[in-house]
Design a protein around this ligand. Structure first.
Ligand code: ATP
Ligand code: MG
Length: 419
């Protein structure tokens, strides 16, 4: 037997319905907030992520699926969506069309991580990016939108945490202070963090290893190091969140795993998820567009993890059931049933057919299993008389109706979906 690849999961129909629900709600909310969809390729040049996300991030150092195509070009399966959106924004000169671009995407991302609950190697994200707005009202607007989306999905126990990561003016002084604090404490850090000291010391704050958490428990907080513009920006975001009635907490240790963030960073956390508890994350990235060769343009974006969101959905019966089921008995009736099937479907009535020559009892068993509300039976007798037997499965009532009235009678009883 050929099996699927580790960390690359099948999403079977009952799960797929949940994914679709999340995607549909997200589309509705994003479009109400003025976002347009952009569809991007699955593979990009490796360089885009190395430069965009940062060479010393976990994603670029050890999580990417990279390969050479037949011409030797180095490619990567996209591990995230922000760098590709920014690449497309620059490549197509979208800033010429409108000084503000609001784009959203949904689709699979790929990271070579250890698969576990809420963590797969192919996973789905729904993300959105706003390019061209520095105004802190935007940060609050987007955080309000993400909060609203989880509300609409009926997920009430997600919590929003924010932090500021400063900018290229103030972050270096914080980095320095953090390094000084960590001096002499290196022994208590895990191997990864020892390495991070030389490359990306802020990431030490984000480490989940208990020893590292102890070492950094009293580390200085970035808040005390923010420059005036960053501090003001953060104060304004907090004020606007209060005005919009968006509940939030401040997590002064949150640093995010991607290098491009500046100023506001955020995470949406749900305790029910266990160790991998972030369902959505994002923030401001005021240098990324320029770093990738575009005009100096501020950005703000986020991504929602669809797997983890699906784990949080309440178990509701989301099945799409057929409404009618046609049973034919005998050869001639079987042709008639195909004709009736088409007529009903053209009217938007979800209809299934009984296949194969089986007994009425066997056909009824399948109809029951499918959970259909109406069964239509055509036998030799009915065919001759020009009638059909209609059985209402809920009420247990059976009646004989005229063949030419079947469609209109059923239309009156079911909610048509349209084809
Ligand atoms: P994590 O907390 O899992 O390390 P991250 O900081 O790497 O997340 P981002 O790159 O910000 O995550 O991605 C945004 C969201 O995408 C995460 O909050 C999470 O819900 C989801 N996500 C990230 N990696 C995975 C994965 N390997 N499998 C499933 N979902 C993921
Ligand atoms: Mg990660």
């Amino acid at each position: 037997m050929i099996t699927s690849v580790k960390g690359f999961n099948d999403i079977l129909p009952d799960q797929a319905l949940k994914y679709r629900k999340v995607e549909e709600e997200a589309r509705a909310v994003l479009e109400a907030f003025g976002f347009s969809e952009i569809r991007l390729p699955i593979a990009e040049r490796l360089e885009l992520f190395q430069r965009g996300i940062g060479a010393s991030t976990d994603i670029v150092e050890k999580e990417m699926y990279t390969f050479q195509d037949r011409k030797g070009t180095l490619l990567a399966l996209r591990p995230e969506g922000t760098a590709p959106v920014v690449r497309a924004y620059i490549e197509h000169g979208l800033y010429h069309r409108d000084p503000v671009a609001k784009l959203y995407y949904m689709g699979p991302m790929f990271r070579y991580e250890r698969p576990q609950k809420g963590r797969t190697r192919q996973f789905y994200q729904i993300g959105a990016e706003v390019l061209g707005v520095e105004d802190p009202r935007l940060d609050a607007e987007i955080l309000d939108m993400v909060t609203l989306l989880f509300d609409r999905l009926g997920i009430e126990d997600v919590e929003l945490f924010i932090n500021s990561l400063g900018c290229e003016v103030c972050r270096p002084s914080y980095r320095q202070a953090l390094l000084e604090y960590l001096k002499g404490k290196e022994e208590g850090l895990c191997r990864d963090c020892k390495r991070r000291l030389g490359t990306n010391p802020l990431r030490v704050l984000d480490c989940k290893v208990e020893g590292c958490r102890e070492v950094t428990a009293r580390a200085p907080e970035i808040m005390g190091f923010l420059c005036n513009p960053c501090r003001e920006h953060f104060e304004e975001v907090k004020g606007h969140l209060a005005l919009l009635g968006v509940p939030y907490g401040i997590d002064p240790r949150m640093v995010r795993g991607l290098d491009y963030y500046t100023k506001t960073a955020f995470e949406m956390i749900c305790k029910r998820l266990g160790a991998q508890n972030a369902v959505a994350a994002g923030g401001r990235y005021d240098r990324l567009v320029k770093d990738l060769g575009g005009p100096d343009t501020p950005g703000f974006g986020f991504a929602i993890g669809v797997e983890r969101t699906v784990l949080l959905l309440k178990d509701r019966e989301e099945e799409i059931l057929p409404e009618a089921y046609i049973i034919s008995l005998g050869r001639e009736a079987s042709s008639e049933s195909l004709r009736l099937l088409k007529e009903l479907r053209m009217e938007g009535i979800r209809t299934e057919l009984s296949y194969g020559e089986r007994s009425l009892k066997a056909h009824m068993r399948r109809a029951n299993k499918l959970g259909v509300a109406h069964v239509l039976i055509i036998g030799e007798e009915e065919l001759k008389k020009g009638t059909v037997v209609l059985k209402d499965m809920e009420k247990g009532i059976q009646e004989e109706i005229r063949r030419d009235r079947v469609v209109s009678i059923l239309k009156g009883r079911v909610e048509a979906v349209g084809v």
